[in-house]
Design a protein around this ligand. Structure first.
Ligand code: AMP
Length: 306
């Protein structure tokens, strides 16, 4: 009798007791991925796309699961985009976990991993720059000059190579989500953009690939960023003035000695314009924070009303 052995991690059990073998294909060439995916769109397959920089964690996982559940084919890109790093040391030290990432994606039911080389994504020094000034002049754009130009350029290229029906971004990088959404609208990319809530550790720390660079002590300290957001949220909901709350957050951060704050901002969730006073229930207000823990830059945000 012929027996075929299938490694357990390649088996996905569908509800009706049949076995399906899922295999993930790794594609490095932008031209090749585009060709493969265009052929699939011609046969009416809906493609879901999750752009990442790898070192995957459960935050990425929730995006991938959503993509798998809503589309016929799921593509995850893994590309640490040099153009979006304003700090060369941050780029050099960015974690790389490719083998584990692929194993994780296989288990999640991802179909294609698009992992291009830098030379293929940037065959020449970019001479094109895309910017969304209104949305990038504050917070991340202000403190990381050139960051969003790098994000917009790589996203435009990725959308070109991956003809997706839906693309998934995390709430954790809310400013990035808004900028990409604007880019999609204005450049008329035929793709639906979906945001997915932030996944957190039990102590509230937002999962991030950069957390891998923290010591266990540093991880505990890093949860302070979320605690400061929650404290500010409670104060604002109790009617405290925005200015007072901003001072409280700065003071509490200093007192705790856990994180060097870069900014704490209260802003409109859609326009990102700073909010001076919370009107009504503040349904469109969000709180944003960035700070350094053990020299590693971390960001987080929450909606005022969740
Ligand atoms: P990155 O690999 O950091 O570029 O992130 C890839 C995508 O995953 C982005 O859309 C992020 O917003 C999203 N992401 C990162 N961390 C989380 C998290 N903790 N929860 C949900 N989404 C996340």
């Amino acid at each position: 009798m012929l027996s075929i052995q299938i490694p357990f991690n390649k088996l996905v059990l569908p509800p009706f007791g049949q076995f399906t073998i899922t295999e993930v294909e790794i594609v490095k060439s932008p031209v090749a991925i585009r060709k493969k995916l265009l052929a699939l769109t011609e046969s009416k397959k809906k493609i879901g796309f999750v752009p990442t920089m790898g070192a995957l964690h459960q935050g990425h996982e929730s995006l991938v699961k959503r993509a798998v559940s809503e589309n016929d084919i799921t593509v995850v890109s893994i590309f640490v985009n040099p153009a979006q790093f304003n700090n060369p040391a941050d780029f050099e030290k960015y974690p790389n976990n490719f083998e584990n990432d692929v194993a994780q994606l296989r288990q999640l039911g991802c179909d294609y991993v698009f992992a291009p080389d830098t030379a293929e994504m940037y065959p020449q020094k970019p001479r094109v720059s895309i910017s969304v000034p209104e949305l990038q002049q504050q917070m991340e754009g202000r403190f990381r000059p050139g960051h969003f130009e790098g994000v917009s350029l790589v996203v435009a290229k990725l959308f070109h190579f991956v003809p997706a029906r839906r693309v998934y971004f995390g709430q954790k990088d809310w400013q990035q989500y808004l900028i990409v959404r604007q880019l999609v609208t204005e450049l008329a990319f035929d793709v639906e953009i979906v945001w997915v809530p932030t996944v957190r550790e039990t102590d509230g720390l937002a999962l991030s690939s950069r957390n891998l660079r923290l010591s266990s002590e540093g991880r505990k300290k890093a949860a302070t960023l979320y605690q400061l957001l929650r404290m500010a949220q409670a104060e604002l909901k109790n009617g405290a003035a925005v200015k007072t709350v901003k001072n409280m957050v700065q003071e509490a951060a200093l007192q705790s000695g856990c994180a060097d704050l870069e900014y704490f901002e209260v802003a409109d969730r859609e326009t990102l314009k700073p909010v001076e006073r919370v009107e009504g229930d503040g349904a469109t207000v969000s709180l944003f924070i960035a700070g350094y823990v053990e020299g590693i830059r971390l960001i987080d945000n929450i909606f005022l009303t969740e």
